[in-house]
Design a protein around this ligand. Structure first.
Ligand code: HEC
Length: 132
């Protein structure tokens, strides 16, 4: 009986510790994951628009704006990267590419496609170096 109680207590403590650890891990990654997931969705939406031949600025600008604003949060979300100068540069490159796309709204699907692949390059450069 006593060993059964001890076993149960042990299991309970183990489960609690796992819960605490999983929670802590999730808390640490929710912010960066959210920033990346939001940007990923904007890129997907722009790609879908282009495939559907919807390339007016009313289709693309809101996506580009969201992408641009969320990109402001790359550095705060990845706080442990603050000493990595190149990481900050990649984030700034992405913001510059989205600024360029916003300043000269694509006038055709071909132009939108070019802007998208330009943005994609900024994502890929950082991912190549920093995404494990
Ligand atoms: C300045 C660096 C940087 C830039 C720029 C950047 N990312 Fe990321 N991204 C990362 C890092 C680092 C990770 C890995 C995060 C992790 O695993 O904790 C990541 C992960 C992701 C993920 C998570 C899913 C996966 O594939 O593993 C998505 C989606 C994503 N990024 C989308 C984008 C998109 C879309 C862009 C461009 C619009 C972009 N990122 C630009 C650094 C960047």
């Amino acid at each position: 009986m006593r060993s059964l109680v001890l076993l149960l207590v042990g299991l309970l403590v183990g489960a609690l510790c796992t819960l605490i650890a999983v929670n802590a891990l999730n808390r640490g990654t929710a912010y960066p994951n959210a920033v990346m997931a939001l940007m990923g969705q904007q890129m997907k939406a722009i790609d879908k628009s282009i495939k559907q031949s919807r390339c007016a600025s009313t289709d693309l600008t809101p996506r580009l704006q969201t992408l641009r604003f969320v990109a402001n949060d790359i550095e705060p979300a990845f706080a442990d990267m603050q000493d990595e100068v190149q990481f900050g540069r990649y984030a700034a490159d992405l913001r510059a590419a989205s600024d360029a796309a916003l300043m000269t709204p694509p006038a055709s699907c071909a132009a939108a496609s070019a802007a998208l692949s330009n943005l994609k390059k900024s994502c890929d450069s950082c991912h190549r170096d920093y995404k494990g």
